[in-house]
Ligand binder design. Sequence first.
Ligand SMILES: Cc1ncc(COP(=O)(O)O)c(C=O)c1O
Length: 451
Amino acid sequence: MASAPSSRSAARAATIPNDLESFWMPFTANRAFKKAPRLIARAKDMHYITTDGRNIIDGTAGLWCCNAGHNRDSIVTAIQEQAAELDYAPAFQSGHPKAFELASRISALAPGDLDHVFFCNSGSEAVDTALKIALAYHAVRGEGARTRLIGRERGYHGVGFGGISVGGIVNNRRLFGTLLAGVDHLPATYNRAEQAFTKGEPEWGAHLADDLERIVALHDASTIAAVIVEPMAGSTGVLPAPKGYLKRLRAICDKYGILLIFDEVITGFGRLGFPFAAERYGVIPDLMTFAKGVTSGAVPMGGVVARKPVYEAFMRGPEHVVELFHGYTYSAHPLACAAGLATLDLYRREKLFERAYKLEAKFADAAMSLKGLPNVLDIRTVGLTAGIDLASLPDGVGKRGYAAMERAFHNEEVMIRVAGETIELTPPLIVSENEIDEIFDKVGKVIRAVA
Ligand SMILES: Cc1ncc(COP(=O)(O)O)c(C=O)c1O
């Protein structure tokens, strides 16, 4: 018997390899991609397997998220078992045990009194959640005039309206209207003349935190709710905070009663050799976002960790009343919580944060070995993260970077990430010393090939 037209066309769509039109791909050059697709069928540990059966070493932990590597057995099993046991439980006015367990595990990992966790589903949602908590915190304490939010040039805080407003990437902002009102920006911390080829935190640049004083003088502290920064700006090319910069920001925020938010969506869960960058830098923010590594990328999840006094400021008034009018249908989704618990177990069992810490020097040396290759203008490293700036081709910014990404995938069999002309390398924390050499060797070949 002939099958129904709908199921026949569904089967057809799944089997025709070059039917690529319907999917409008995110943050992708759709037309160029669809001419020479980079299609991944499977993954295991440090490798992807393409639809044509090639092994690609993962130099980027997915999108900085698969910190434990790919398709790890214990995470896969946890997700499978959870799907069979409890697919969903309403996140508002009811809960399920693993949500509470994961929140207390994350609180225990977070430094200081960062001990209350609000769950959402992505880094972008985490950022918007943190900004909303900051505004509401001041309002519930009777300081409702504190509505300004301060971000930083070259900051990336996802793609929600809050995130792009405090973010500092022109292409993410310019087509999207007026954004949030009352936002100002600190200057970016990168200066090539002062910092080129630095391993770890640059010596130069702590004074840039003092710009917050200028912003306070301009707007008055009584109008400023929060400052949000990434401890290491990732998406704009791996820009570690200069030595002492974050401590200075903390001090100025304390002086004026401004909340400090660290966006740890990338830096959380071991990327810089610590559970969170806050610990590496000895600075405790008032709110801290996370996502990505919490489930090693296996199920979408994000969240915000709040310091005790922030949470407690909301716990007043009649007890039957909702304290924060915010949340998502999929906050603390059971599959994400199961994946999160299994991921945290794996990080602990395999000591992956300590492993990243120990590999940092080796990783930095391997990255710096590419200094002197054609068009390499700067190399920066911190934790298991490297950014390599290439010179632009005369006929278009980003063209050499794009060529490098294509060459890496199709010819050298290494997955790299490119932001404009910057190659970013952020492998899973399970990467071995030999694999570090392999990744940088392949990237060196790519750089020569696109010279
Ligand atoms: C610092 C930072 N914040 C927020 C985000 C947004 O996360 P998502 O893509 O999960 O929304 C990212 C993503 O790379 C990020 O690096």
